[in-house]
Design a protein around this ligand. Structure first.
Ligand code: SAH
Length: 248
């Protein structure tokens, strides 16, 4: 049980698997006014940077679930490194349908909303683990500029323009689902560079170490084409943010 191996290769050196930076992750933690002892559930917790740093900085108690064995191992190591292994627990597993017995003060899914079959389904899933008065966090892309053609959307690795909304429409969609948007922290192009460009050096080094691997051809192809594709499409057209929601 794991994610496709290509992601475990290209993102093996990432601490944050999203265009949010460490600084913005800290801004988000502060913006939520987290209290010591607050429980945070994170579906698709990746390498655990959000839970580990918030446990360190705000004394929260976190549980993360992630399908990548590698990222989950890295999250556990990061918790030890930051001295929060007693407060940040990481489980390797499928988070689809995961509902926690201990209701959370913050229930998050940051950049993995396919876990609940899309944004709406993920909000419904997270709501089942939320205590009254708690906050749902959803990390999701939106169109920074509307792609003029479907080909441009595909250049952003979307299936179609309809995959994402413009920011005002995305915010409105939360209201239509019965939620107040109570905070948000948005990524910027520098943050996208940290997420996307960091893959290139990882791919280059991996190729040097694994020239005969069955994925070497695919990784070589990506390293050759990704910088230009990314600069032409994702960097220009795609925005990304974490949105904090409370039921109305
Ligand atoms: N929230 C983290 C990771 C985002 S990347 C961060 O911001 O750094 C998306 C994550 O979802 C990856 O870590 C991937 O392993 C995980 N994932 C994908 N499908 C999953 C599933 N069904 N259940 C749990 N995690 C999943």
């Amino acid at each position: 049980m794991d994610i496709p191996r290509i992601f475990n290769i290209t993102e093996s050196a990432h601490r944050i698997h999203n265009p949010i930076t460490p600084e913005k992750l800290a801004t988000l933690g502060a913006a939520l006014r987290l209290k010591a002892g607050a429980r945070v559930l994170d579906l698709g917790s990746g390498s655990g940077e959000m839970l580990c740093t918030w446990a360190r900085d705000h004394d929260v108690i976190g549980t993360g679930i992630d399908l990548s064995q590698l990222f989950t191992e890295q999250a556990k190591l990061r918790a030890v490194e930051l001295g929060v292994a007693d407060r940040a627990t990481f489980i390797h597993g499928d988070a689809a349908g995961y509902v926690s017995d201990d209701k959370a003060d913050v229930a998050a899914c940051v950049g993995a909303t396919w876990i609940g079959g899309g944004v709406a389904g993920t909000i419904e899933l997270l709501a089942q683990s939320l205590r009254p008065g708690g906050i749902i966090l959803v990390g999701e892309p939106f169109w920074r500029q509307l792609p003029p053609t479907e080909d441009v959307a595909k250049g952003c690795l979307a299936h179609s323009i309809s995959d994402f909304l413009m920011l005002p429409e995305l915010l409105a969609s939360f209201g239509q689902q019965g939620y107040d948007v109570v905070e948000m922290v948005l990524a910027d192009q520098d943050g996208w560079d940290r997420y996307e460009a960091a893959k290139w050096l990882t791919m280059r080094r991996w190729l040097e170490a694994n020239p005969d691997d069955e994925l070497a051809k695919e990784v070589r192809g990506q390293l050759t084409s990704e910088p230009e594709r990314y600069a032409a499409y994702t960097r220009e057209y795609l925005g990304w943010g974490v949105f904090a929601l409370m039921p109305r």
